[in-house]
Design a protein around this ligand. Structure first.
Ligand code: 5GP
Ligand code: MN
Length: 337
């Protein structure tokens, strides 16, 4: 961040601050937002977190999670907090499109917009940014942001646990996007009070029986393996959502199961939502799914985790995905881990 001193003086007197993050907020989106919220409140600011849509239940335990405003459910309340904030922090997304209608409310605001994000190719809608697409997570960057402001010593157990959760989920339990710097930072978080065992349990062992059975069913009945492309796909139609009684959060993390197969390099989860067909892509090693999401599915993301959507319906989207595979066959077959 080049203008850290300007940001520091902005934050020197109490301000009305809104923190927002991307639609379908995940552990990093919520963890970084709440971690930053608790820090800013400690400085004396008035802080509201407002997000486009609901987050999965396994994040509900996080301190402050129950005060998050959700545009899908509380439009008027979100509009009210976005009337005249002094500062808007935009966390874990790189383009206002990623926050749907809230983007249209935020774009014209006079408020200073501060981006903290680790996605590739951010669009320049902000006044200040702490952006690095090589780090694990936005939560890592929030830690860096607080440190840059000279306040590392202010990080307490609550902040540490929020940031730990974001890092834990965005690295798939420290499996990817790690670095020596990250492990040192995580050691700091544990020293500052983050209970890593408790958090792993709250985040990963929170399934109810129905959910676990559902995953078994979906893997058994809706998985397709394309060995010649080292690719596996799960597809879910609107009817599947009804037939199997799947609710939105149930499919969180589903795509990652596919990468547990030996030799599978790319995983796709393609499913129908009320108006769009959504595609989630994951990969291993050097094979980048970012380009596929960006070029073919109006999306983007990271090298190993990207997503996009289409308006052409489920079957045509699956066909389109399969049709582009030959273009990537060589890269898929030659990918070393
Ligand atoms: P997920 O598959 O979990 O929905 O998303 C994985 C990653 O892909 C997200 O962190 C985000 O970076 C990116 N992503 C998902 N959907 C979209 C989209 O519609 N547009 C863009 N630009 N990125 C997306
Ligand atoms: Mn993230």
């Amino acid at each position: 961040m080049e203008n850290i001193n300007e940001v520091k003086s902005l934050l020197a007197v109490p301000k009305d601050i809104v923190i927002t993050t991307h639609r379908n907020p995940d552990g990093d989106a919520i963890g970084s937002s709440l971690g930053l919220k608790h820090y800013l409140e400690m400085l004396g600011h008035t802080v509201k977190v407002a997000v486009p849509s609901e987050s999965p239940n396994f994040l509900n335990w996080m301190p402050g999670a129950n005060q998050i405003l959700i545009y899908d459910l509380q439009q008027e309340a979100v509009k009210r907090v976005l009337e005249k904030p002094d500062i808007v922090f935009c966390l874990d997304f790189n383009s206002l499109e990623r926050i749907d209608k809230m983007g249209e409310l935020i774009a014209p605001l006079k408020a200073k917009k501060i981006l903290i994000d680790h996605h590739l190719f951010p669009e320049p809608f902000y006044d200040y940014d702490l952006h690095d697409d090589t780090v694990s997570s936005t939560s890592e960057l929030v830690f860096d942001f607080i440190s840059l402001l000279g306040d590392k010593s202010k990080i307490n157990k609550t902040i540490a646990e929020c940031l730990f959760t974001g890092i834990l989920t965005d690295t798939g339990s420290f499996k990817y996007s790690t670095s020596p710097k990250l492990f040192r930072l995580v050691a700091d978080l544990v020293e500052l009070g983050a209970d890593d065992t408790k958090i792993q349990d709250l985040v990963f062992n929170s399934m109810d029986e129905k959910h676990l059975r559902l995953i078994g069913l979906v893997l058994n009945e809706r998985m397709e393996v394309l060995d010649e492309y080292r690719t596996a796909i799960i597809t879910l139609t609107k009817q599947d959502y009804e037939k199997f009684q799947i609710s939105r959060g149930d499919t969180e993390g589903l795509v990652n199961f596919l990468l547990q197969m030996k030799n599978i390099i790319m995983a796709a989860f393609i499913h129908e939502q009320p108006t769009i067909t959504k595609i989630s892509l994951r990969s291993k090693g050097d094979f980048s799914v970012q380009e596929i999401a960006r070029k073919h599915f109006k999306g983007g993301g990271h090298k190993n985790a990207s997503g996009g959507y289409s308006y052409i319906g489920l079957r045509p989207t699956v066909s389109k995905f399969k049709q582009i595979l030959p273009e990537y066959q060589e890269a898929l077959l030659n990918n070393d881990l």
